[in-house]
Ligand binder design. Structure first.
Ligand code: SF4
Length: 215
């Protein structure tokens, strides 16, 4: 006999509480979080107005979060044997940058939490439905911002997909100018495809309607 015990609902409640604690923050003009900078600018405004719709019961996002946590966990467990250069899987980092805005100088604090910080590198874990020959642009931006925040010059993007796993390495010193350009080019949306997946698309004035959707 099938008995409905609501365990799945409790797991999902726990997952939502966990991710809200992990990613939740106030959206402030002079304190910008990496995961906001690499996506649509207006989404932060929508999240402030309608926090109820920030997260959806998506199994895909749940799996991504689970993989992220699992990789961090096994790296910690095997720290002594395989990852003696591990610095942290938890740390929040920040750095200030000065911007000219209408002739005035503004100080912006950029804040981020890389998945894995090694002595000489940053590692970001990504879950994707498909395997690609190159990393996604917003993931590269995110990794480069973490390199900037930690003053490191090497970053790994590790993709885990149902079709296989893949690693990309970026070796670069990230300048203030790169970050300033990212902030100057921050738009709503940053990438047109974002609107197709956005929870706010039905009420957003900046929504871009894709050709696929029009048809
Ligand atoms: S619908 Fe598009 S422009 Fe509007 S908040 Fe979402 S991603 Fe940004």
């Amino acid at each position: 006999m099938l008995v409905k015990e609501m365990l799945l609902e409790k797991i999902f409640r726990a997952y939502l509480d966990y991710t809200n604690e992990k990613y939740g923050h106030e959206h402030e003009e002079t304190k910008l979080h990496v995961h906001d900078i690499v996506r649509c600018k207006h989404k932060s405004v929508m999240e402030t107005m309608f926090p109820e719709f920030m997260r959806s019961p998506s199994a895909h996002i749940f799996i991504g979060e689970a993989i992220d946590e699992f990789v961090k966990k096994i790296i910690e467990i095997k720290r002594e044997d395989l990852f003696p250069d591990l610095e942290s899987t938890e740390i929040e980092v920040s750095r200030e940058i000065r911007l000219e805005d209408d002739g005035e100088e503004k100080v912006i604090t950029i804040i981020g939490k890389p998945d894995i910080v090694l002595r000489d590198a940053i590692v970001e874990i990504k879950y994707s439905r498909t395997i690609e020959d190159k990393p996604l642009e917003h993931h590269v931006m995110q990794l480069k911002l973490y390199l900037f925040l930690t003053n490191k010059k090497k970053g790994y993007l590790i993709y885990v997909t149902p079709r296989g796993m893949r690693e990309f390495v970026i070796e670069e010193e990230i300048s203030d100018d790169y970050v300033k350009e990212l902030l100057r080019s921050w738009s709503s949306p940053r990438f047109e495809w974002e609107c197709d997946y956005c929870h706010y698309r039905e009420i957003c004035p900046y929504r871009v309607v894709s050709i696929k959707e029009e048809a």
